[in-house]
Write a protein that binds this ligand. Structure first.
Ligand SMILES: [Fe+2]
Length: 214
């Protein structure tokens, strides 16, 4: 059984006071024997060239701007785990994603500028129990033809003593997932399940995504 997160670890997750302790208590559950390592996926072309000055866990606001990101606000949370030893505290978790129009903050984005009120990138260190949380928006699909991408969030995880790990999180119940050239290329239902977040009941749409390192 993973240890319950301490008040200090919960507070450390929140730089803007958006994390409620009861919500994170739901994260604490034993690592089941059938858990498989999360499949790696390509970094893709839109990892930030330069990290934004504001790269905190709330992607719906950009420091110094009064506006809020356009789109459906969601929470994404979960844990970083070792398949062998359980929760990994202190791991760096980075996410980056498209905005409500399917655009990234990146110089190679040729569909037009991304929402200036959307941070687009966030980073946090996991708490002692491996927990992380981000507030963001539901990304839109992008691309066209056979290279059209279903909505997804990119993850980069760096845990002490391990090589960096990169994957992508997908949303449950999205029909476009089956046509996505990266999602559909994953080797089997278990692999696709391992990169698909779980929807949880909450006031805000909340998705749980566990990153399990081999
Ligand atoms: Fe992407």
């Amino acid at each position: 059984m993973a240890p319950a997160p301490t008040a200090a670890s919960l507070v450390s997750l929140s730089r803007r006071g958006l994390v409620a302790a009861p919500a994170l208590m739901l994260l604490v559950r034993p690592l089941g024997a059938t858990v498989i390592a999360t499949p790696p996926q390509m970094v893709g072309p839109y990892y930030p060239v330069a990290k934004p000055t504001d790269s905190d866990i709330d992607l719906t606001e950009v420091k110094g701007r009064s506006g809020r990101a356009t789109g459906e606000i969601i929470e994404v949370h979960g844990r970083v785990l070792s398949a062998r030893s359980g929760p990994l505290g202190g791991a760096l978790v980075e996410i980056w994603q498209a905005d409500h129009q399917g655009r990234y903050h990146h110089p190679d984005e040729n569909a037009g500028p991304a929402d200036p009120n959307f941070q687009g990138f966030g980073a946090v260190r996991t708490a002692a129990g491996g927990e992380y949380l981000f507030r963001t928006i539901m990304p839109r699909f992008y691309g066209s033809g056979r290279f059209q991408r279903t909505p997804h969030i990119h993850f980069r995880v760096v845990a002490e003593g391990r090589p960096e790990f990169v994957t992508q999180m997908y949303f449950p119940g999205v029909a476009m997932n089956a046509r996505d050239f990266l999602f559909s290329r994953l080797g089997g239902d278990a692999a696709r399940d391992a990169v698909t977040a779980r929807r949880e009941p909450a006031d805000l749409p909340r998705f749980r995504f566990e990153v399990v390192l081999a």
